[in-house]
Ligand binder design. Sequence first.
Ligand SMILES: C[S@@+](CC[C@H](N)C(=O)[O-])C[C@H]1O[C@@H](n2cnc3c(N)ncnc32)[C@H](O)[C@@H]1O
Length: 278
Amino acid sequence: MPDVQTQEDYWNSETGDFWAEEADRLDAILAPFLDLILAPLKGETYGHIADLGCGAGALTLAAAQQQGAGTKLTGLDLSGQMLAVAEQRAAAAGLSMTFVQGDATAAELDPPIDALISRFGIMFFEEPLPAYQKLHAKMAPCGLFSAVCWQEMLKNQWLSLPLQSVLPLLDAPPEKPDPHAPGPFAFADKARVTGILPEAGFKEVAMEPWEGTLTLPGDTLEAASAFMVYMGPVKSLIRERGLDPEKAQTAVAKAIDAACGAAPFKLGAAVWHVTANA
Ligand SMILES: C[S@@+](CC[C@H](N)C(=O)[O-])C[C@H]1O[C@@H](n2cnc3c(N)ncnc32)[C@H](O)[C@@H]1O
């Protein structure tokens, strides 16, 4: 993502539009992580659960369904477009929860939080240590933290394969990004995360690897490649480096075909499941 844009601008721009419009298909890709995140909460009733970077609310709704009506649910996110989808989904499901448009690094959440959960919303903070210190201060004693973040890009074939397939179309290779810059891979470095969270006050910090495959949307190569061109790293190259979208899609389709053959198109993925106690 471009340096000049703040996270707030980025998630309220066409990226927020994409995540809002494609919420159902993105949720289908990311479905395996709901149970993973919510497993440590199973069998316990939590008074207040907050979903950090809740986006279109899939995890917030799943937590509400797991916990039942006695639990207060808050979803916090920067993106107006995604929160609008979250509100609609909660209303359609008849579930009561609060969505707040705000910045997690300012910890705009009512204490005490008994469980802080997140699906890929924990690694976009410019200054993670003060952000997690503030979040920790809002938590109930021994409150639970359960979240997932991506491992490194190269272990996430579903993102790296489309990207690598379009590199020959560029006149010069993209600059190597700062691995700790706010973004999807900022918490890929286990040593970094297991340094930040304890310093912020969290105890019993653990990062368990999850490795598996994710299924790209679409029953045809055309549909799957079209989606992968309009999300993530390829989309950034189209926007920032003038990559031709049609040529990019042809290259991505060829790479998916070579890796998967027929639908369903499944590619490798690797995440960390991060758990801790306040
Ligand atoms: C990759 S999306 C994940 C969305 C959602 N959790 C899901 O799994 O579908 C990352 C989300 O984090 C949100 N986000 C990034 N920085 C944030 C911040 N400082 N405060 C609150 N939300 C933030 C973005 O707006 C975006 O919705």
